[in-house]
Design a protein around this ligand. Structure first.
Ligand code: 13P
Length: 283
């Protein structure tokens, strides 16, 4: 799998009226559960490591796991680096076999954002790696810290300018979605999403999937979103099920028994999100 395959996956999703769900993993156990669920649902998906996971496990280990999984999976599967704030990490992950990376320079001014995206693009192009950038900001509590500011909304002219001067492959847009759990009902700015979608031809990405009601996710897909990122609910389902299972079995648990017992809980959530994105049966 290389970035060309992802281009086709996103185009097919756009034509077919669904989105590619992208799930964040933390280790091999949730990684396997996510892929198994997608195979059972016959869904094309992306599976993503954020920079904290890459730092902790190592880009070479993550890259190797990703490569084997992409080769073996019975569905279109793309391994992706999520929210890298550093050009260097994007390059390292490309060297380790990631077919897709995100350079998130959205906290800088537009010129700096464009410059950093171009640095990644230069390295990515000859390697056929897909690059995602971000304009506007994702709210909430993510690996980039806690962003509560009011200036999150993507400006249409910024999206147009960045795409024109970088040729980036996909674009995450700040439309009010947030990482982590939402305080109250998420308020997505569908009007702005529609304006950006009409202004550029680049696939658009919705971050902060956890907690967005199904109807709103589907409305966002109708209005131009082609990829939906889901992280928090995967991590929390994993950790909460782990705690429950450990409490249930008591002292001296055996790792494999515990992991087998909780795999189904993660798969349930993954399947629910695949269905929300209407990606089931689209492999
Ligand atoms: P959530 O953790 O809010 O689901 O968001 C995931 C995400 O956008 C990863 O980039």
């Amino acid at each position: 799998m290389d970035g060309t395959a992802l281009k086709k996956m996103l185009r097919d999703a756009d034509n077919g009226g669904y989105a590619i769900p992208a799930f964040n993993y933390s280790d091999i156990w949730d990684f396997k559960a996510i892929v198994e669920a997608a195979e059972e649902e016959e869904a094309p998906i992306m599976i993503a490591s954020n920079p904290l996971v890459v730092d902790e496990i190592g880009p070479d280990f993550c890259g190797a796991i990703g490569k084997v999984a992409m080769e073996k999976a019975r569905i279109p599967l793309i391994h992706h680096l999520d929210h890298s704030f550093q050009v260097e990490m994007c390059k390292t992950c490309m060297d380790c076999g990631y077919p897709s990376v995100m350079i998130d320079a959205s906290k800088y001014d537009l010129e700096t954002n464009i410059r950093m995206v171009n640095e990644v693009m230069e390295y990515a192009r000859p390697r056929k790696v897909h690059v995602e950038a971000e304009v506007g900001k994702i709210r909430g509590k993510g690996i980039e810290g806690d962003f509560k500011g009011g200036d999150f909304l993507v400006a249409v002219e910024d999206a147009v300018e960045l795409v024109k001067r970088t040729g980036v492959d996909s674009l995450a847009v700040g439309i009010g979605s947030a990482h982590g759990f939402y305080q109250g009902k998420p308020q997505l700015n569908f009007k702005r999403l529609g304006e950006v979608n009409r202004a550029i031809d680049t696939p658009l990405v919705l971050h902060g999937g956890t907690g967005i009601p199904r109807a709103d996710v589907r409305k966002a897909i109708r209005m131009g979103i082609n990829k939906v990122n889901v992280g928090t609910i995967i991590h929390c389902t994993y950790m909460n099920s782990l705690r429950a299972e450990l409490n249930r079995v008591g002292d001296n648990p055996y790792t494999l028994d515990v992991m087998k017992a909780i795999r189904g809980k993660i798969k349930e959530v993954v399947k629910m999100w695949i269905e929300t994105c209407m990606a089931n049966g689209k492999a």
